[in-house]
Structures are given as C-alpha cells and as structure tokens.
Design a protein around this ligand. Structure first.
Ligand code: 5GP
Length: 120
C-alpha cells in the first residue's frame, strides 16, 4: 500500500490541525502557512493524488467540495463579499501535496492572478 499523505494523517488525527469541517467525504482545516486572512484547505477524505487522477465515480465527492466551500464561506461571512477557490494540479500548477484539495482564500480584496513570476 502506498504511504499515507500528510493530509490523510491530518484527517486521521495523527498530525494535529485546526479542523473547521468534517463529514464522510471531505475534511477542511486551516492552512499552516496562510496566504490570506482566511486560508482553509478542503480535502477529499479519499487520497486521490490530483485532478489528473480523478475518475467518473468521484464526481459526487468532487462536487461536494464546492458545497462545503459555500458552507465555510457562509460561516466566515464572505459569501456575498467574495473569496477565491484554487485547485493546484501537478508540477507546473505548483501542487505541493499529492492529495486533492481546494484552497479557500478570503478576507478582503484578493487582487488578480496570472502568468508565473518568471514570465512577467
Ligand atoms: P498545494 O501547493 O499542494 O496546492 O497546497 C498545499 C498546502 O498545504 C500549502 O498551502 C501548505 O501551506 C499546506 N500544508 C502543508 N503541510 C501542511 C500541514 O502539515 N498542515 C497544514 N494545516 N497545512 C499544510
């Protein structure tokens, strides 16, 4: 069996985290190195390495990420003011942890995003 990801260890409670939501399909916790006032990771409990590995059978679970994102945004009071959802994929997408997750960034105007720094 392949080694557990750091996020699986967080979901199982082996590694501590500040969990804000948990159900049968996903777990959400505060990012250890926040890039915005609110930075939450919404992680599938099933350890799929990345979007490049999703299958049709994962559709309901992946859609659930958005439902939980909206719930957390409501809890934070930013559902109307806005927020950003990011899913990094693979090396060029700067994905660090090989376990599907959605970043929820919120807390004020987040600015634009675009080309990588070395291409500007
Ligand atoms: P990625 O670059 O894979 O899209 O994002 C991985 C995220 O996981 C990063 O924002 C990083 O700060 C966060 N992270 C990495 N290790 C830990 C950890 O042990 N605990 C928590 N809470 N977040 C982590």
């Amino acid at each position: 069996m392949s080694e557990e990801t750091i996020f699986t260890k967080i979901i199982n409670g082996t590694i501590p985290s500040k969990t804000v939501y948990h159900d049968d399909l996903v777990t959400a916790f505060l990012d250890i190195a926040p890039k915005a006032e609110h930075h939450i990771l919404i992680v599938t409990n099933k350890p799929i390495p990345s979007v490049a590995h999703v299958e049709a059978e994962d559709e309901q679970m992946l859609g659930h990420l958005f439902i939980v994102a909206r719930k957390i945004a409501e809890d934070l009071g930013v559902n109307e003011s806005g927020y950003r959802l990011i899913v990094n994929v693979g090396k060029d997408g700067c994905q660090e942890v090989p376990h599907i997750h959605m970043h929820l960034l919120a807390g004020g105007y987040l600015g634009g995003f675009g080309f990588p720094h070395d291409k500007i």
